[in-house]
Ligand binder design. Structure first.
Ligand code: HEC
Length: 117
């Protein structure tokens, strides 16, 4: 029943956020960022395999260096939904909430613009 402290706290915050403020969630909310960070290395295929992103400790060389690209969240979401070149679409395996978490994490950690609303 007990997860690792970090995962437990993040999951708890995520649930609380979803329950309490569905429409008001700040786009850069810490729980979303934490969830996106976890997904970045655990989703299959992992973003980390192909992308370099300092905040995730990854050094992939296949796709653009996200620290340099500084994509805004909408751009990340588009790539996740539709795929791009060699990059597969994640729409089949990830929920909308998970894709948003990834978009928030990548834009937040690189300085790209956050999600509108
Ligand atoms: C198999 C390697 C691979 C994986 C896995 C991968 N990407 Fe990519 N990604 C690429 C490549 C290659 C491009 C550049 C595609 C192009 O411009 O033709 C790209 C482009 C992007 C872009 C820029 C989109 C744009 O509009 O230019 C973002 C943001 C991105 N990836 C995020 C992610 C995230 C987040 C994940 C994990 C959910 C991920 N990528 C997984 C290879 C990958």
């Amino acid at each position: 029943m007990r997860l690792s402290p970090g995962a437990g706290a993040a999951a708890w915050m995520w649930c609380a956020l979803a329950l309490v403020v569905p429409g008001l969630a700040r786009a850069d909310d810490a729980a979303l960022v934490a969830r996106g960070k976890a997904l970045f290395t655990t989703v299959t295929p992992a973003c980390a395999v192909c992308h370099t992103l300092q905040a995730a400790g990854s050094a992939g060389q296949v796709g653009p260096v996200l620290d340099e690209l500084k994509p805004d969240a909408a751009r990340v979401l588009r790539a996740l939904h539709s795929g791009l070149g060699v990059m597969p679409s994640y729409a089949e395996q990830l929920s909308e909430a998970d894709m948003r978490a990834l978009a928030v994490f990548v834009s937040h950690s690189t300085g790209g613009a956050p999600l509108a609303r």
